[in-house]
Design a binder for this molecule. Structure first.
Ligand code: ADP
Ligand code: LRH
Length: 490
């Protein structure tokens, strides 16, 4: 039975999942899991890219030690970040983390050269301060010698794939997240590149998810003592892979990819680049098989991750199940934040920021761990309702429920509160959405699945889905009205 390998690198952790197609459907096995810890150097925040490569090699070694011959592999990761190669093909510096402060104020500077409206008309991409376009503009403004020397830009999965295969390709789903790629012409946008003063020669031809893009390099093969493995470009943006794995039988459907970020949206056949989408800052990210994700980023469980880290730094142990149990016992609807307030974006102690937000909005700040976690989770659930309603208006669809995938679905309380807040069922699963979507695209490329419909139907039969029915409707309806006024949402 052929085993294939998916590398899924999230902003918090990475994993390598082995997948097999059997008569019982898809069977997966986690070969290796590792933390993805950014490193602060002076005032700069970097990814430890070579450590990630090292961990990826450990997965290939684990397969070898188990006597498993891997038939193909694919890589997906978080979006927008990149590495620069010099003329000899060597990596120039460590890639910056998208939460590095160098992009502060850069959106406004770029808008002076090209208005928001024009950028959106060329890309269909939402305005996030960390998009690749603003990172490059920040490097340009700083006179970065790296940018001056650079001959090629590769997004994180493109770069890791290059380290393994020596081949340089930019993959479509991730290319769209740069806000430099025009989905209508299917080309890098020369005008945008010119306006930010970056050479178009940094960018290569774009390959679609499902393209065979080489083999492991002889040097990798001999270092690890394994046979060569074909490499497939999957939907290399992790959200693209996650949405590929949504086990929806219906179409259209609404999804929430729930991890470090909460990415909520619906799948569309062509980008929605109208006034409403621009006004509400929606995005159209490239997906599998010619689809796009009409979607909005919500700050997500990042706020909880950072809060947990803060307590751990102070010497308190706080596993997720314990935090969730404390939140469940804390008083309901006591204090809320708008998770998307810009103050929650940068790494750092969140509790002070939550307290500031509460004071500024006339609320008593949460006290103790249970109240703080309750505040974060309720606020996320209420924000999901707001975004889901916006997506319904924008797409003209009414959704019967919400599909949730990603590590966040291990938080049953969040799933239940999400159902309560939206007043519709939540269908939760699979938790390893991105890795499974990554495998699915490899199976399509290998001819094992006809298309994404067949892939989703096999995923549906292979992984359990937990259903959360909405409860306490009146209380949540009332809470939503108050949340809406408090956060000033329009
Ligand atoms: P990403 O790939 O974006 O880094 P994941 O999909 O791995 O994120 O999801 C990570 C999130 O899952 C964490 O922020 C945490 O809130 C949640 N999570 C992880 N483990 C558990 C658990 N045991 N119980 C509840 N929630 C969990
Ligand atoms: C989720 C994600 C998201 C991007 C962000 C940078 O991991 O890829 O889709 O907006 O990271």
């Amino acid at each position: 039975m052929a085993s294939i390998l998916a590398y899924d690198l999230g902003a918090g952790s990475g994993r390598a999942l082995l997948g097999r197609l059997t008569d019982r459907g898809i069977v997966t096995e986690e070969l290796h899991r590792f933390p993805n810890e950014p490193v602060q150097v002076g005032s700069r925040l970097h990814w430890d890219i070579l450590r990630l490569l090292h961990e990826m090699k450990q997965a290939l070694l684990a397969a070898k030690h188990r006597g498993i011959a891997v038939q193909s592999l694919g890589i997906d990761s978080w979006a927008v970040d990149f590495g620069l190669l010099d003329g000899n093909g060597e990596l120039l510096g460590n890639p910056y983390h998208y939460r590095d402060a160098h992009t502060d104020g850069m959106m406004e500077q770029v808008f002076a050269d090209m208005p928001r409206r024009d950028i959106f008309a060329r890309t269909g991409i939402q305005f996030m301060p960390f998009n690749t376009i603003y990172q490059l503009a920040a490097m340009k403004r700083a006179g970065s010698p790296l940018l001056r020397e650079a001959k090629r830009l590769l997004m994180i999965p493109d770069l890791l794939r290059y380290f393994l295969t020596g081949e340089r390709h930019n993959e479509f789903s991730n290319a769209t997240t740069t806000q430099l790629f025009n989905p209508l012409t299917c080309q890098w946008d020369p005008e945008l590149l010119e306006r930010i003063g970056v050479s178009g020669s940094l960018f290569g031809p774009v390959v679609q998810p499902g393209t065979a893009v080489g083999q492991l390099l002889p040097s990798v093969v001999s270092e690890l003592g394994i046979a060569s493995v074909p490499v497939i470009a999957v939907a290399e943006h992790d959200t693209g892979s996650a949405v590929a794995a949504v086990p929806a039988a219906e179409h259209p459907f609404a999804y929430l990819s729930c991890g470090t970020w909460s990415l909520m949206g619906t799948e569309v056949d062509r980008p929605v680049m109208n006034e409403q989408a621009l006004g509400q800052n929606f995005t159209n990210e490239g997906g599998v098989c010619g689809t796009f994700r009409l979607l909005k980023n919500i700050m997500g469980l990042w706020i909880l991750q950072e809060t947990k880290r803060q307590w751990e730094r102070e010497g308190q142990s706080c596993p997720y199940p314990e935090l969730i149990a404390l939140a469940e016992r804390a008083p309901a609807f006591a204090a809320w934040i708008d998770p998307d307030d810009a103050r929650f974006m940068a790494p750092g102690p969140m509790l002070g920021r939550i307290a500031d937000y509460c004071r500024e909005t006339g609320q008593r700040p949460p006290e103790g761990r249970g109240e703080a976690v309750r505040c974060i989770l309720e606020s996320l659930a209420l924000k999901y309702r707001y975004v889901l309603e916006s997506i319904e208006r924008l797409s003209g669809n009414r959704f019967g429920g919400l599909h949730m995938v990603g590590g966040g679905i291990q938080n049953a309380l969040l799933c239940q509160w999400s159902a309560d807040a939206i007043g519709k069922p939540v269908w939760a699963g699979p938790a390893e959405g991105s890795a499974i979507g990554n495998l699915a695209v490899q199976w399509i490329a290998r001819g094992d699945f006809r298309d994404i419909r067949e892939a989703r139907s096999v995923i549906r039969e292979s992984f359990p889905v937990t259903v959360y029915e909405p409860q306490e409707r009146e209380a949540w309806e009332d809470a939503y009205g108050r949340f809406w006024r408090l956060t000033g949402l329009s």
